[in-house]
Each structure stands twice: as structure tokens, then as C-alpha cells.
Design a protein around this ligand. Structure first.
Ligand code: NAP
Length: 308
């Protein structure tokens, strides 16, 4: 199938273009970009022009930041295109639900992707945890914003999510491996005095059987980066490291079965191909709901200004 990529920035170049290039399902037919081109691919500067001039390209993948994404997604769905959304699926929950409704009415596929759910050990973790009695879940996501988001002003602006931009990746894994009705009960947001978005956040969740579930996100980490979810159960302890790439059960590395297709983005594109072929959507907004609740409930502390 032909596909168009819209918003040719860091993630489009790092992941989407290589994943499409190696996929047997997709051909990158067009790009829409204000600032650049992709070699050998027709590039449009205006999305409306692309929609009008390329009616045969039925699928678009939207890689711009969350705030401007809704307008693009709504226009694409209205024009009868299938849509793949980068995470987070929108800048607000209302936008997300509206897109899901539009996709249903237009009978097109909407895929709200969560790339971290495709990390190598996430399915194995979900399987191992199934039926076990949870006691404690501790999410620790500590990374250096200067290393991973250089020059990205949008990430600090309203709608940019601040530290929840990486934190929502942890929440996407958490809601997959612990699917039983968590909800945020307390949040603390640390906001630099010169920014709108938090640089750190701590969350506490209620769990139906009383497990102690907490998450800590921090962008001020130097040295080793930590993307860890530790789950203590009555039957043993599971630790996911490196954002779900590695898993340890009772401290022992778990090899697991090699997944048929390696890499988070190749798996996302394979799934999109399947969803379009089956005429289905996959739009789970649960991770964004937890972020929204953290903003609703969060106690704010002003912290030192952040300069790059
Ligand atoms: P980015 O490089 O700062 O921006 C991506 C591109 O979006 C820009 O190059 C631009 O494309 C377009 N864009 C920016 N502002 C726009 C606006 N106001 N209206 C329309 N288009 C606009 O961001 P990114 O790091 O790729 O992140 C994009 C999304 O991917 C975010 O939702 C992020 O959470 C997600 N993501 C990022 C990473 C990562 O490692 N960076 C990893 C996973 C997911 P053109 O110049 O081509 O128009």
C-alpha cells in the first residue's frame, strides 16, 4: 500500500522512514513537510494539496508534535484516509475521542500507536503477570531532556506534555501489562519557573486489589538513563529495563521467544497494514487519560528554571 508521512522531524527520520523502507507492506509515496524533503519521494508543503492531488494514497502517518496533529488527522479522515498517529494521540482527550468517532463514521482505520508497547519484552511481561497477585508496581523513568529533546521548544509549551512526553511511554507499557483498572489518585508536578510543562512528576494510582502503584518521571537525569518498571507479586518479582527491551524474573534475565519482527516501529507498521486490511481501528487512549488526570489532580511546585 502507498503511504504518506507528514511532519518530517526527528522521529520520522529516525524510525518511520527506515521502518517503511524495510516493510514489505508499504511504499512511501509522498511526504508533507514545511522544512525538508525525503530523497526520491514527492514532497508537498501543504497537506490540503496532498489530499487533493494524491487520492490514490489512502494511508497517512502523522509524525508532528501532538498540538497541531488534530487538524491534520481530522482533515485526513474527512478525506477518507486511514490515519496512523504518533504518540501521544492528541493534545487533549476530547480531540482523541472526536477522531475515533470520525473514523467510525467514515469507516476508515485510526491507529493510535504506542511504540513502547512494541518493545521486545512487553508481551512476555504481560503474559508472565497474567493471573499473578500484584503487590507493588514502581515505574522509574529518568532521562536527560538535553540529550533526547535538544531544541524542542514545543515539548515545554501547553499541549507538549513536558516530562509526560517520555512518561506516557511508561504508562503505555503499564496499562498493557497491568490492564486492571488503574486510576491516578495523587500527582505532584515540578514545573521550572520559566516553562509551562513539568520537568518531573510523581504519580500514585489506585489498584482494584490494593497493590501499591507509583510512577516517577524525571528529565534531570545525567549519566545512566533509567526506563524501568518493577512489579512485585506474591509469586515473584518482574523487572522491565531499558523501556521494555530487557526483562528479569527474580533477578534472572528472561530470554523469551524472539518476536517475529524485530523493532518497535516495524511492528507498528505491520500492525497498521493488518488493521487496514481488516477494516479495523486500534485507538486506546488510556495512557493519555492518566496524564490528563495527573494534570487535573497534580499539586504544582515551581522549581529552578530550565535552560538548554
Ligand atoms: P520534532 O522533530 O520536533 O518535530 C517533528 C516535525 O513535525 C517537524 O520537523 C515538523 O515537520 C512538524 N511540525 C512541527 N511543528 C509543527 C506545527 N506546528 N505544525 C505542523 N507540523 C509541525 O518532533 P519529534 O521528536 O519528531 O516528535 C514528534 C512526535 O513523535 C511527538 O508526538 C513525540 O512524542 C513522538 N516521538 C518522538 C520520539 C523522539 O525520539 N523524538 C520518539 C517517539 C515518539 P516539517 O518540518 O517536515 O513540517
Amino acid at each position: 500500500m502507498d503511504i504518506a508521512l507528514v511532519g518530517i522531524g526527528k522521529i520520522a527520520r529516525d524510525q518511520h522512514i527506515p521502518a517503511i523502507a524495510q516493510s514489505p507492506d508499504w511504499k512511501l509515496k509522498a511526504c508533507v513537510s514545511q522544512s525538508g524533503t525525503v530523497e526520491g519521494v514527492t514532497t508537498f508543503t501543504e497537506f490540503d494539496t496532498f489530499l487533493r492531488d494524491c487520492p490514490e494514497t489512502r494511508v497517512v502517518s502523522l509524525c508532528m508534535p501532538p498540538l497541531p496533529r488534530f487538524g491534520y488527522a481530522a482533515a485526513a479522515i474527512a478525506a477518507g484516509r486511514h490515519v496512523m498517529l504518533e504518540k501521544p494521540p492528541g493534545a487533549s482527550l476530547a480531540e482523541c475521542y472526536k477522531l475515533a468517532g470520525m473514523a467510525r463514521s467514515q469507516r476508515v482505520t485510526l491507529f493510535a500507536t504506542w511504540h513502547s508497547r512494541e518493545a521486545a519484552m512487553v508481551d512476555a511481561a504481560k503474559e508472565w503477570l497474567s493471573g499473578k497477585d500484584l503487590r507493588r508496581v514502581t515505574v522509574t523513568w529518568r532521562e536527560d531532556v538535553r540529550r533526547w529533546h535538544p531544541g524542542q521548544e514545543w515539548i515545554w509549551a501547553p499541549g507538549g506534555l513536558g516530562v509526560f512526553d517520555p512518561g506516557i511511554n511508561a504508562l503505555s507499557i503499564l496499562t498493557k501489562i497491568v490492564p486492571d483498572g488503574l486510576h491516578v489518585t495523587e500527582a505532584h508536578l515540578e514545573v521550572p519557573e520559566n516553562r509551562q510543562g513539568p520537568i518531573a512528576a510523581q504519580l500514585r494510582f489506585a489498584h482494584p486489589t490494593g497493590a501499591d502503584v507509583t510512577a516517577e518521571f524525571d528529565w534531570r537525569q545525567e549519566g545512566d538513563q533509567i526506563w524501568r518498571i518493577q512489579v512485585e507479586t506474591a509469586q515473584g518479582t518482574l523487572v522491565l529495563e531499558d523501556g521494555g527491551a530487557r526483562m528479569f524474573i527474580e533477578g534472572c534475565p528472561h530470554k523469551g521467544d524472539a518476536r517475529a519482527l524485530s523493532g518497535e516501529y516495524p511492528r507498528l507498521y505491520a500492525r497498521m497494514a493488518q488493521l487496514v486490511a481488516d477494516g479495523r481501528s486500534d485507538a486506546d487512549f488510556e495512557p493519555l487519560r492518566h496524564v490528563a488526570d495527573a494534570f487535573l489532580l497534580g499539586r504544582r511546585t515551581t522549581v529552578a528554571p530550565f535552560h538548554e
